[in-house]
Design a protein around this ligand. Structure first.
Ligand code: ATP
Length: 134
C-alpha cells in the first residue's frame, strides 16, 4: 500500500508499506492491503507503519485518515517521525501547558492548553521510547 502523511508544511511520509496503525476516536485501527474504504478522524497520538517488517512510529497531531484499500492518506496539522522530535522543546511545551492549566479559567483557553499538553506528551513518549502503536 502507498502511505502518504501530509501537513500544511511538508510531506512527512510517502512510502510503500505493509500495514498502518492509527489511533482513531474509536481506538487503535489496523489497516492492511484491501481494507474496506474508510475515512476517520485521528486522535493526537502515536501512529505507526510497517515497512519491510520494521515498525516506524510517528507522532500525529490529530487529522483525518482515509484509505481505499490500495493507499492510505493522513492529513494533519503536524506530524513527526520519532527521529525528528526535539525532546527538549517538547518538555518546554509540556511545562508551559501545565503552568497555563493551573491559572487559566476560560473553557476555550483550557481546551487549547489541554491540546498543547497532549501534543507535548505524545512527542515526549516517542522521544523517550515509551510509546507504543502496535
Ligand atoms: P511548540 O509550543 O513547541 O511550538 P506545539 O505543540 O505548539 O509546540 P505544533 O503547533 O504542534 O507545535 O507544531 C508546529 C510545528 O513545529 C510543526 O511543524 C511541528 O512538526 C513542529 N514541532 C513542534 N514541536 C516539535 C518538537 N518537539 N520536535 C520537533 N518538531 C516539533
Amino acid at each position: 500500500m502507498k502511505l502518504k502523511i501530509v501537513t500544511p508544511e511538508r510531506v512527512v511520509v510517502e512510502e510503500e508499506v505493509e500495514a498502518v496503525y492509527g489511533k482513531t476516536i474509536d481506538g487503535m485501527m489496523g489497516i492492511l492491503p484491501h481494507h474496506v474504504p474508510v475515512v476517520t478522524p485521528l486522535e493526537i497520538g502515536v501512529m505507526s507503519y510497517l515497512k519491510e517488517g520494521q515498525k516506524k512510529p510517528l507522532a500525529v497531531m490529530g487529522g483525518l485518515l482515509s484509505t481505499d484499500g490500495k493507499s492510505v492518506t493522513v492529513l494533519c496539522d503536524a506530524a513527526e517521525l520519532s527521529t525528528e522530535i526535539d525532546a527538549v522543546r517538547a518538555q518546554l511545551a509540556k511545562d508551559r501547558a501545565q503552568a497555563e492549566l493551573h491559572k487559566l479559567t476560560d473553557h476555550h483557553d483550557v481546551a487549547l492548553a489541554q491540546q498543547a499538553l497532549a501534543r507535548a506528551l505524545v512527542r515526549l513518549s516517542l522521544a523517550t521510547g515509551k510509546a507504543s502503536a502496535r
